[in-house]
Design a protein around this ligand. Sequence first.
Ligand SMILES: [Zn+2]
Length: 325
Amino acid sequence: MTDLPGRRLLLVHAHPDDESINNGATMARYAAEGAGVTLVTCTLGEEGEVIPPELAHLAPDREDRLGDHRVGELAAAMKELGVADHRFLGGPGRYRDSGMMGVEQNHRPGAFWNTDVDDAAVHLVEIVRSVRPQVLVTYDPDGGYGHPDHIQTHRVAMRAAELAADPAYRPDLGPAHEIAKIYWNRVPRPVAEAAFGRLRAEDPGFPGFPGIAEVDDIPGVVDEALITTVIDGAGYAERKAAAMRAHATQIAVEGPYFALSNNLGQPLFTTEYYELVRGRSGASAGERETDLFAGVAGVAGVEGVQGVAGVEGGEDVEDVQGAER
Ligand SMILES: [Zn+2]
C-alpha cells in the first residue's frame, strides 16, 4: 500500500456520463491536486438514447453497439478530467444497462437491476480494499431520480462499503478497509431554481434547445438544509464541459447549459454539492465543508502537506511521496 497517494477518492456511478455531469469539476480538481481518483461505472449504458443522427445505428434496437462506443466516450471524458483510474464493475460488459424503470429490459438476464446486490458488491469490495479510499461518492437510495441502475448503484456501493470494512468477509480480497466518509450527490433546490430562472431569462433562441427541463428533472435536488459540502469547481468548468462533450451520444453542451437526449436545456453546474451520510464533518458547527477530505485522519486539509505518515496513528499509514505532485 506504500504506493498509494495520500488522499483517495472513489466514485461509483451507473452509466458513462453520470460522473461528468454530477462530479466532473470535483474529479478534475482532486486529480489536479494529486489525489487518487478512482471511478467505477456499473454498466456500459447500452440502453441510452443516441443524440447524433449519424450514430443512431449504434442504438440497442438497431446494431446494439452503444455500450462499446460509450467505453470510448468515457475514456475520452476521463482524459479531459485528468483521471487515469476508471473501471467497470466486474469488468466491461459484466452488467448491462437496465433501461428506465418499468421497461422490459429491467428483467433481462445480466441487467444490473436484476443482479443480486451482494454478488455485485464483491467486485467493488475488491476495489475498495486495493484503492483504500477515505471518501466514497455515490447516489442516494432513490438513485437521485429513480433510474433502476442508479438505485442499484447506491445499494451496491453502500453494501460494498460495509463488507469491505468487515475483516471476516472474504479476507482473500485484501485487508479490511473502512471508508471514512460517504457522500451522496445533491443539488440544493434554491440553486437549481435560480439556475433555471437564468436559463429561462435567456434570449429566445439561446441556448438553442427546443425546450427547457424542469427543476425536478435534475437528479438529487433536495432542501438546502441537507447540503453539508460544497465543492467550488469554477476553476475546472472548462474541463467539466469538455468531459461532458466527450459523451457525445448522450449530451449536447451549449455554453453554461446542456441537454440530454430529451433535448431540454438545463444548467451545467460547476459548483458541486454533497450530503455527508457516513463519517464526521470536517467543518465547524453550522458551516459547510469545502473539501471532501476535511477532517479525515492523517490527511491535512492544506494542499502539499497531506498524507503525513502515521500522524493520527491509524493502521492505514499514508505515503508522503504519493501525495506530492
Ligand atoms: Zn445514469
